[in-house]
Design a protein around this ligand. Structure first.
Ligand SMILES: *[C@@H]1O[C@H](CO)[C@@H](O)[C@H](O)[C@H]1NC(C)=O
Ligand SMILES: *[C@@H]1O[C@H](CO)[C@@H](O)[C@H](O)[C@H]1NC(C)=O
Length: 294
């Protein structure tokens, strides 16, 4: 054998030894680019905001950690629930919900908030409480009154015993970008968030409660071509290291710089003939010993 090929041969063997596989699911939620569930997987800009811990995918901001209930990869929308949020079925105190200004997320157009149990003398509720702007601009959307009437048909909400005109509807879509919903500043004790009325605006029992968040891959929102090829071959996209290098993490734990098609045929070949793996390891040890003794 030609020993000049040794380094190349060893390089080939290294992936067989290491095998960390990026998670393809967190609980029931499929993980795809840009989400990887943990360090070294997916896009690192998303790692600290969306992490998988004990089969629970969480969305993390400076105000708390919120369970992710679903991800719509086509619409690029992440759905989260807030355990302190009120719904048609229960009311509870909350401090609000805020996004980190430097995170690649914004409220989706489908998100609507209703601030509940607000102090009578705080209305109109000022913009400062919602987007951090301290100018005294009323933030409540008067056109949202039908939504408040619907909410007041829910027993727990009507039992709050505050007049309906203190209910404040806030739709990011209509009122411009915002990321801060500080209920204490707004002097409201509770809120609810709705991302779908299920075509039944008068029936709050069927609405979908939670916050819908839009994410972007990058400024131009391009899905990296490398990444889609990798995912088509059943790999998981990862950007790692200080240079943010692309790697395609294959189901076997092997990383490639392209996709897993080659890797798959290589592995199924190995699975059918386990002796090849043994033989390869045997030869590499022999070669290693040879190269040391030379
Ligand atoms: C393969 O990629 C994963 C995910 O980035 C990483 O954790 C693992 O260390 C890599 N393995 C090798 C052998 O480079
Ligand atoms: C705050 O709101 C006022 C009035 O809408 C606007 O002119 C100003 O630019 C805003 N400031 C910030 C920091 O968003």
């Amino acid at each position: 054998m030609n020993l000049n090929h040794l380094p190349l041969f060893l390089l080939f063997l290294v992936p067989l030894v290491h095998s960390q596989v990026c998670q393809r699911f967190c609980g029931d939620i499929p993980l795809r680019y840009p989400f990887g569930g943990g360090p070294g997987c997916g896009d690192p800009r998303f790692t600290k905001h969306v992490t998988c811990n004990q089969r629970q995918l969480s969305f993390i901001t400076h105000t708390g950690s919120y369970p992710v209930t679903n991800i719509d990869y086509n619409k690029q929308v992440l759905y989260v629930s807030d355990p302190t949020m009120s719904t048609c079925f229960c009311t509870q105190p909350s401090k609000g919900f805020s996004l980190d200004w430097d995170a690649p997320f914004s409220f989706d157009d489908s998100s609507v908030f209703a601030l509940l149990d607000c102090s009578l003398d705080s209305s109109p509720i000022y913009k400062g409480a919602i987007n951090g702007n301290t100018s005294n601009v009323p933030q409540c959307d008067n056109a949202g009154t039908p939504l408040c009437s619907s909410l007041y048909s829910c027993q727990p909400i009507s039992q709050l015993n505050v007049p309906i005109n203190t209910c404040c509807v806030y739709a990011p879509m209509d009122l411009g970008p915002a990321f801060e919903m500080d209920l204490q500043k707004a002097q409201c004790k509770a809120y609810t968030a709705i991302y779908s009325f299920e075509d039944q605006e008068a029936n709050p029992e069927v609405w979908k409660y939670g916050v819908a968040l839009k994410y972007k891959f990058n400024v131009k929102n391009d899905y990296p071509v490398y990444c889609s090829n990798c995912e088509k071959s059943n790999g998981a996209c990862a950007y790692t290291g200080i240079y943010n290098t692309f790697v395609c993490n294959c189901p076997s734990g092997v990383n490639t710089s392209t996709d897993c098609y080659f890797q798959n045929s290589w592995n199924s070949g190995l699975r059918n003939a386990p002796w090849i793996k043994g033989t390869l390891i045997f030869y590499s040890i022999v070669l290693l010993l040879l190269s040391i003794s030379l």
